[in-house]
Design a protein around this ligand. Structure first.
Ligand code: ARG
Length: 256
C-alpha cells in the first residue's frame, strides 16, 4: 500500500512538473494563448483585411491562416485601432500584428519584423478635377490632408507638411469620407486600400505619382525569437510553394 501511495505521489510530482513546464512554455514560448496564434489587425483596410459579414478576410487574414496551419496553431484575429497594435504586441497581449504594416526603423526599435511578404505604396487620393495634380503640389500648397492615425501616411505627412495640415482619422475610410464631403483636400493612404475606397466612392481619383514605397511585414514581440523564426520559416515555405503569390493574386488580380 505504501508503495502504491509513493508511486501515486511520484506520479503526481512528475505530472505536476510536466504541467509546470507546459505552463512555462506557453508563457515564455511560442504564443500568449497556448495553441492559438493571436493576431491583431485593423480590419478596415481592403484587400489586406476587411469584414465579409462578421468574418475578417483578406490577404493578411489568409496568409496568417496558412502560417497558423503550418505551426499547428488556431488563428484568432482581433480587430483593434491601428495605432494600438505595436503596444499590444510589446505587452504580449497579441502574438503578432499583421495589418498591411510597413517596416520602419522607428517601429523596429519597439518590435521585431518578420520577412516581408508584400510591398506597398503611399498613394494620394484627391477629388476629380482637383488642382492637386502631383505630390509636389500637395506638399507645397496650404492643403489639408486626411490620414489614418499612426500610419506611415500620418508620420511622413506630419514630417513633410507639419501638424497643422494633417487631419487624423481612426479608420482609413473615415478619411476618405471626409475627402468626399470636402473636409480635407487629399488623403494619403496605401495604394491598394486607396483603389478600393476610390471604387466605392464616386468622384475621387488616385494621383499617378506615388508618395512613398514601402514593405509590409508582421510584427512580433522582441523577446519571442522562437515565434519569429517559426514564422519566417513558414513564410519561406509558403513563398517557395507559391501560396503567398496565389493569395495576393486572389485579392489583387494580375498584380505586378
Ligand atoms: N502601411 C501603413 C502603416 O504601416 C498603413 C497600415 C494600416 N493598416 C490597417 N490595417 N489599417 O503604417
Amino acid at each position: 500500500m505504501k508503495k502504491v501511495i509513493a508511486k501515486i505521489i511520484s506520479l503526481g510530482l512528475v505530472l505536476g512538473m510536466a504541467g509546470a513546464m507546459a505552463a512555462c512554455t506557453s508563457k515564455k514560448g511560442t504564443t500568449v494563448k497556448s495553441g492559438t496564434l493571436t493576431m491583431a489587425t485593423n480590419a478596415y483596410f481592403p484587400p489586406y483585411e476587411y469584414y465579409e459579414g462578421t468574418d475578417i478576410v483578406g490577404i493578411d487574414a489568409e496568409i496568417a491562416a496558412a502560417i497558423a496551419e503550418k505551426l499547428d496553431l488556431k488563428l484568432e484575429i482581433v480587430d483593434v485601432e491601428f495605432d494600438s497594435i505595436i503596444a499590444g504586441v510589446q505587452s504580449n497581449k497579441y502574438d503578432i500584428g499583421m495589418a498591411g504594416m510597413t517596416v520602419t526603423d522607428e517601429r523596429k526599435k519597439a518590435v521585431n519584423f518578420s520577412s516581408t511578404y508584400a510591398t506597398g505604396i503611399q498613394a494620394v487620393i484627391v477629388p476629380e478635377g482637383s488642382e492637386i495634380t502631383d505630390v509636389d503640389t500637395l506638399l507645397g500648397g496650404d492643403y489639408k490632408v486626411g490620414v489614418q492615425q499612426g500610419t506611415t501616411g500620418d508620420i511622413y505627412m506630419t514630417d513633410d507638411v507639419g501638424e497643422d495640415r494633417v487631419v487624423r482619422f481612426s479608420k482609413g475610410n473615415d478619411a476618405v469620407l471626409a475627402l468626399s464631403t470636402g473636409k480635407v483636400d487629399a488623403v494619403v493612404i496605401d495604394n491598394e486600400p486607396a483603389k478600393s475606397f476610390v471604387a466605392a466612392n464616386a468622384g475621387l481619383v488616385i494621383l499617378p505619382t506615388a508618395y512613398v514605397e514601402e514593405e509590409y511585414a508582421m510584427c512580433i514581440n522582441k523577446d519571442n525569437k522562437d515565434l519569429l523564426e517559426k514564422i519566417n520559416k513558414a513564410l519561406e515555405e509558403l513563398t517557395a510553394d507559391g501560396t503567398i503569390d496565389k493569395i495576393i493574386e486572389k485579392y489583387i488580380p494580375s498584380n505586378g
